[in-house]
Ligand binder design. Structure first.
Ligand code: SAH
Length: 234
């Protein structure tokens, strides 16, 4: 990859300051370091991690910037992707959410090390439980490699305020997944998504889908823990 600053300006249409570039690179170094002791990512080489984690995370920046003002959450954040690079570039108040305590402890250390403690925090718990505590508080959410579209819409719906956005990072959603999404999208209070297709620098195909919350869900959410992912509505 050439310069990251040139790449994001030319390909994704936003500016990355030198300080932000240094911070996202430092983030990746810290995550790769931590990965020696806890499994956060399978990606091993620096170049592929720059592409699959940093470029991919940053590809969603324009859609998070375009969302209404307010709190940003990364659902199923794992090693903090796309959440930490997104927080660095957008400057939004951020909550990183994952049920695995050990991963969130690692991210707490990374947040501290990057000097982001006033802006970014972690929630070690289930998304369904967060929805009971922070209902309607989020302006924008991201999710990468977490679940199928119907499950994502169900998990995100109670967390988002009206006109809030859910930005889903996908490789190639299948026709069946798209069909299930269409069956349930309105019931969960969203309009049909904007679709953005592109290839990362290593050639892997990406689809970013942006859903807008346009009404309350017509069913009571969250359902019991696990149902959104184990027994999706469509
Ligand atoms: N977004 C990261 C990690 C994806 S792996 C990336 O793209 O690299 C999915 C993560 O979601 C795992 O860390 C898992 O612990 C978390 N997860 C799955 N279901 C969850 C739920 N219902 N509540 C909270 N975290 C969940």
């Amino acid at each position: 990859m050439g310069s990251l600053q040139d790449l994001v300006t030319n390909k994704y249409g936003f500016d990355l300051t030198e300080q932000q570039e240094d911070m996202v690179i430092r983030d990746l170094e810290l995550i790769i370091e931590a990965n020696a002791t806890i499994n956060l990512t399978r990606i091993v080489s620096w170049d592929s991690a720059m592409c699959r984690h940093i470029e991919d995370s940053l590809a969603g920046v324009p859609y998070v910037l375009a969302a209404p003002d307010g709190l940003y959450g990364d659902l199923g954040t794992g090693g903090g992707f796309p959440g930490i690079p997104m927080a660095i570039v957008t400057g939004r108040k951020t909550l990183l959410v994952d049920s695995v305590q050990k991963k969130m402890r690692v991210l707490d250390g990374v947040i501290h090390e990057l000097g982001l403690s006033n802006q970014v925090s972690t929630y070690a718990g289930r998304i369904e439980d967060l929805a009971k505590q922070r209902r309607g508080e989020f302006a924008v959410l991201t999710a990468r490699a977490l679940s199928s579209l119907p499950s994502l819409l169900e998990l995100a719906s109670p967390l988002l305020k009206l006109h809030g956005r859910l930005v889903c990072y996908k490789a190639n959603p299948s026709d069946a997944e798209m069909e299930s999404m269409r069956k349930i999208v309105r019931k969960l209070g969203f309009s049909l998504p904007e679709m953005h297709q592109f290839d990362l620098e290593d050639g892997s195909h990406r689809t970013i889908m942006v859903f807008q919350k346009v009404s309350k869900a017509s069913i009571s959410l969250p359902r019991r823990i696990g149902l959104a992912q184990n027994e999706p509505l469509a």
